[in-house]
Design a protein around this ligand. Structure first.
Ligand SMILES: Cc1cc2nc3c(=O)[nH]c(=O)nc-3n(C[C@H](O)[C@H](O)[C@H](O)COP(=O)(O)OP(=O)(O)OC[C@H]3O[C@@H](n4cnc5c(N)ncnc54)[C@H](O)[C@@H]3O)c2cc1C
Length: 321
């Protein structure tokens, strides 16, 4: 049996978890085994039941505890560990999100088993073969997963969430896990709505990104002015966030936001792979850099060699005309 741990927001299964359920359902069907979903700490599971039924889930376990009302990494791992003891699944899957990779890593450490993150394919024979996305999806790793119960997360967007051709009644089993106070020490206590309005990094048609070459937090006003003229948003490299010049929400890249504007103007950014994976969805890339050897020029549609502090004002002057 495959056990799939479900993530949810506002009492609805997340898109990443629906993709994981679709992936798991196909692996289960291909190998003649069952699939059971596990929902942890959800207050109102009724909407989830309907949704999971549409995606072919015939059985789900609801783990409820009065102290566990939202995400808590160690507690979630402990709940999964108890369900493994009770149901002996061959595979446990979760979505390859930050949360999924976090609680599954806790589970792996707790149960002294290996865990494979961000799998794009699974062949559960002997040996148990997997393909993993690494380096921001620029590398495919073929690996063998060992362990009594195979623990893995499914990379996001490798399958589309697909409703099942056959949908039926969902059998819901409720359990109360044993948790201690220390299991709940790290837990989500409050959610705040994103109040960003208008153009954001995610939806901007033009993004002006700045890196170490911008030189100071104050100098970002130049990039803001350019972005303003183009009705765009400002992004940055990790150096800018690490230096405290910009908030982390502005970071583009592997550990930041993935952007897909029509035009990305990268100013004073060298073009490290971890940054490039965040902007590979851009339609066109324009690089402004004073180093002709900067790697970013190799990925650019347009390259301007020179000091950004001179080039950006010149671009704005032309735009003004
Ligand atoms: C696990 C991991 C995750 C990471 N995730 C991210 C991520 O999400 N996003 C990210 O950005 N990085 C990430 N990084 C860091 C990444 O490897 C690079 O270190 C970082 O992107 C470099 O930032 P930078 O280009 O601003 O700085 P640098 O590499 O120092 O480049 C600065 C560039 O500015 C140019 N320059 C300097 N002055 C000027 C000027 N006046 N005019 C024009 N050009 C000028 C220089 O020629 C140089 O090319 C990650 C690294 C690791 C290991």
């Amino acid at each position: 049996m495959i056990l799939g741990v479900i993530e949810y927001e506002d009492n609805m299964v997340t898109e990443a978890s629906l993709q994981m359920v679709t992936f798991a359902r196909k692996v289960a069907e291909g190998n003649g085994v069952g699939f059971v979903a596990l929902v942890i700490g959800c207050k109102d599971c009724a909407p989830l039941t309907g949704q999971l039924g549409n995606y072919g889930v015939a059985k789900f376990i609801q783990a409820g505890h009065d102290q566990l009302t939202d995400y808590a990494p160690v507690a979630w791992a402990k709940v999964v560990s108890q369900v493994i003891t009770d149901t002996s699944p061959a595979i446990v899957m979760a979505a390859g999100t930050d949360k999924g990779n976090e609680f599954m890593a806790h589970l792996a450490a707790m149960s002294d088993q290996p865990m494979a993150a961000n799998c794009s394919a699974v062949n559960p024979g002997d040996p148990f073969q997997i393909t993993r996305l690494r380096w921001g999806s620029s590398l495919l790793e073929e690996a063998i997963l060992t362990g009594d119960c195979k623990l893995l997360t499914v990379a996001m967007d490798v399958v589309e969430a697909e409703e099942a051709p056959v949908q039926g009644e969902v059998d819901v089993q409720t359990i109360e896990p044993n948790l201690t106070e220390s299991d709940l020490r790290v837990r989500l206590v409050r959610r705040e709505a994103d109040v960003t309005e208008g153009v954001t990094l995610k939806n901007a048609n033009v993004v002006v990104g700045g890196g170490r070459g911008v030189g100071s937090p104050e100098a970002y006003s130049l990039l803001e002015e350019l972005a303003g003229k183009l009705n765009g948003a400002v992004g940055c490299s990790s150096v800018a966030t690490n230096n405290g010049w910009r908030p982390h929400s502005d970071q583009v890249g592997l550990t930041g936001t993935r952007i897909s504007p029509a035009l990305y103007i990268a100013c004073g950014i060298s073009g490290a792979i971890q940054h490039l994976v965040g902007c590979k969805g851009a339609g066109k890339v324009m690089v402004i850099n004073k180093d002709p050897e900067a790697a970013f020029f190799g990925k650019a549609d347009y390259g301007v060699l020179g000091d950004l502090h001179e080039i950006i004002p010149a671009v704005m002057e032309e735009l003004g005309k």
